[in-house]
Design a protein around this ligand. Sequence first.
Ligand code: SAH
Length: 656
Amino acid sequence: MNNPSEHPAIAMAARQLAARGIEDEAILAAFRRVPREEFVPEDLREFAYEDAPLPIGEGQTISQPYIVACMMDAAEITSGTRVLEVGAGSGYAAAVMSTIAGEVHAVERHEKLARKAAARVARLGYDNCTIITGDGMAGLPDEAPFDAILVAARIEEVPDALKRQLKVGGRLVVPVGGDDIQQLRCITRRSQDEWESHDITPVRFVPLLEGVVPEDGARASSDHRPARDMTTPELIAAYCTRLPEIEDPQFAAAFDKFADKRIVMLGECSHGTHEFYAARAAITRHLVDNHGFNIVAVEGDWPDAAAYDTFIRGGQLRPDQEKPFRRFPGWMWRNEVMPDFLRALRDINADRDGDAMVGFYGLDIYNMSSSIEAVLAYLDEHDPDAAAVARERYGCLTPWQADPATYGRVSLSEGYAKCEEGVIKQCNEMLHRSLAEGSGAFSAAMNARLVASAEKYYRVMYYGGSESWNLRDSHMADTLEYLLENRGKNAKAVVWAHNSHIGDARATDMGAVRGEHNIGQLARERWGDDVALVGFGTHGGTVSAAHDWDGTRETMRINPSRRDSYERLCHDSGIERFLLDLTDEGELSSRLREPRLERFIGVIYRPETERWSHYSDAVLPRQFDAYCWFDETRALQPLDESEPHEGVAETYPFGV
Ligand code: SAH
């Protein structure tokens, strides 16, 4: 039984440490003395003595007491020991060690964590414990040598610098291995050039990462020059959050800062870049799995996306149903990234009830004929009389269904909107039905809206100008609004669309010169701070694109970014992958607010005329809330060229 007056740290030392074989009385006493609740965020205090790591912000965790005890045990910390800890995090382990050791120096790369931890240990009176911001990969040469070095983050290869900062006879305790599981290794320095090591136990740690993460963009802590003396690429390097490989869980975790938003829009600066798809898939899975996002809405057509939605909910495509996303540009939604992504969403849904499942939806308006079929299929099943009326109305569009663009020309020359009235009536009726009749009716209504928008779109396309673009983006924003409404108060959406759609149009030539708006701008106008707009960019590499609309996909080399572009500033930062917060005020943001060129590659890429066909003036920090950078990227591979044919593997709904 617990003694109610006993501090929970005492019970913890008994249950989690002594019972598991930690015998050293000094170590047990150290854990009894340090109040762990002071080292965790306020709302997690009640869990402070759980047998687990806990989040402390910046995607990091406070270590599990038992593991800290094992590390201290192996490092043989006693009263005179000089200790270096790499990865101070909350400062908990450093504080515990400082109750035994002579001196503890702890280094933390996140400036914000380091500052808080330093304030905390000072307040609690651990005055032989110093916590500083820095990159601990290189150790702490100014304070070396140490009797003991403890590394609180995993690494594949132990840096020489750390081994060389041990005294002869000193011990380095470090988790060594890949991202899944590591060995806690104790390395003893035997002589000037001799080290000996043994493994203690398998463990799981967060990765040791290079570079310092400054707190607020006001100052680069690894660089003590004033910001105004630094070049813009240097400022980018100092202020950005460096990202690991996309496959590393820490990659997606860097986007946790958007977890509280209702809508997160993820862009792309080309429709044919592997990294943009893979990154968005990783981020989206993470947001769906951990932060309650239940809508994935993409720049694709509603009826096609509905087939993917059926799949991720564990359903089957009707045998007579057209395979989704077959038209140009096929690689946009039938590519090497989508199958795994959809399977992951299906796995997540497998453990959820219908209402809690994540859905996959299309915001775009090009597949008019599938939408017509879907509306008719719904009515045939539920209301055959209404189906007959709808057939009559949509019949007006039949001659042009295969090539709706000619419809625009014809309706123009005939001088009137031939089919408009019928499709609008049909749309309104379906919207009414969707209120009364469940989820199938909602999808049918979205298809009827698509037909109505598309009818108008192809007509106004012939007038040229901004109207058709605006109609399409208004349709997308309205569809998103319908989706949010339909999913109720817990609705949270991730949107995938090109930077030209999700970056606020008012910050580029689109809005300023051409009078165009887009879904990013409309979302900000409708949902304000509940929206985060994240742009994506690259300097060079290859891209999947065609030379002309309906042309063949080719892998094309992207020209290196122009010297007068935002992309070049990012490239010159010398950092391979990063996330840059653009909402910060400060020297960098005022520099970036100078308009510059930005590159837009769609499904068409014409490198020969790049300046005129693909670059446009923009003000990056107004366009996006954050910018995600991949310096070198590669062409997105379409599925049809790499996926085995039907029957060979589980290819649904991707079968060719
Ligand atoms: N000992 C900490 C646990 C921290 S988790 C505690 O008791 O709270 C590991 C920490 O290592 C994280 O905060 C992470 O930001 C930090 N880290 C990762 N790489 C680093 C590096 N190169 N230099 C310094 N700290 C690093």
